[in-house]
Design a protein around this ligand. Sequence first.
Ligand code: ASP
Length: 421
Amino acid sequence: MSLTKRILLAMVLGVATGVLIHLIAPSEEHFLRAWLARGLFDGIGQVFIRSLTLLVVPLVFVSLVCGSASLGGHSRMGAMAGKTVALYLATTAVAITLALGIGQLVKPGEGIDMPGEVENFSPTEKPSIKDTLVNVFPSNPVEAMAEGSMLQIIVFALLLGLAISQSEHKASRYMQEFFNHLNTVVLKLVMILMHLAPYGVFCLLAKLFADLGWQAIADLALYFCTLLFVLLLHGLGTYTLLLKFLGRLSPRIFLRKMWPVMVFGFSTASSNATIPVTLRTVEKDLGVDNRVASFSVPLGATINMDGTAIMQGVATAFIAQVYAIDISLMGYLMVVLTATLASIGTAGVPGVGMITLAMVLQQAGLPVEGVALIIGVDRLLDMVRTAVNVTGDAMVSTVVANSEGMLDRKQFERPLESDNT
Ligand code: ASP
């Protein structure tokens, strides 16, 4: 069986096992929940996520040094970066607009009781714009890597790659070769891990579905379904249109090849942890040149969160409806702006979108405590929106590469050789 099929099968079996455990063992103390789900499955799942995360920093760094060293002072570098950032921002703005519009039409918050006693949800302090921009530049590359600060690693790798390409000394050629070889080795590691993915995916999903609070989801069914609908609409509609009209590329092939990446995003609920798989798929299966992919994929995992923006749009409409607060048109425009910025500030790890939602609510003059209404159902939605987030990164990377003549269209159209196992 091909790797993609095995990963998908593991996903289905994981969900089924989890739901079964939840039905057989409703109490948390039951040994099936305590030992099997929270013990064994959780343990293996954690090891899987840790091993994926382990590869992120070396992979992004090495791959981006290779990319920028071979791009060198290439005049297209600026255009490529500009297009990437512009498309990331534009797709996020479309995502949030769709979410707000459909949230207004469906009105998922009507008829929901306002929370009486809610736990105090304290939003974290947001840094100023100046600090945020200054923080993109690392003062210590080792610290940046130790803390996994993706933007700082990107800046350092770009500079190092540029210096390698500009240096006249013959050692620079060796450096470039060294990084190319290292890149091959790290990608091999990614491949080894992907072979173990079915087990990791199974355990993560079985644990999660065994623990999931179905009642909470049933209570907020309309919010839940509206959000899922907009996520699907954006993932299948907006991306399909962009691929077709901006790139003249087949959305069917794109989505087919992206399946494993979506499953990884879904099971880990982390764009960051999925970077190794996204990068590999974008380069090897979709045919995007390393010089584009190594820049746009890690950048996207850090700043491009269409799924998260959609959650924030629907959640804003929902909370405004529950509290019966009317947001003016100007208010909605502000929400589009802040949610786009919030999605840049959302780290690609589980649950952060909920924290940055507080910033959007504050900006719109809505009660931040409203977050308490939806936090109970967020875990499953986080998984779906992460799948959309990573698909958006790969879509932009493919479209930009295509427009810069850096997409191997033959490779894009080539069927997966038994899914490149
Ligand atoms: N989990 C999301 C991601 O990693 C971020 C979020 O919305 O919480 O992309």
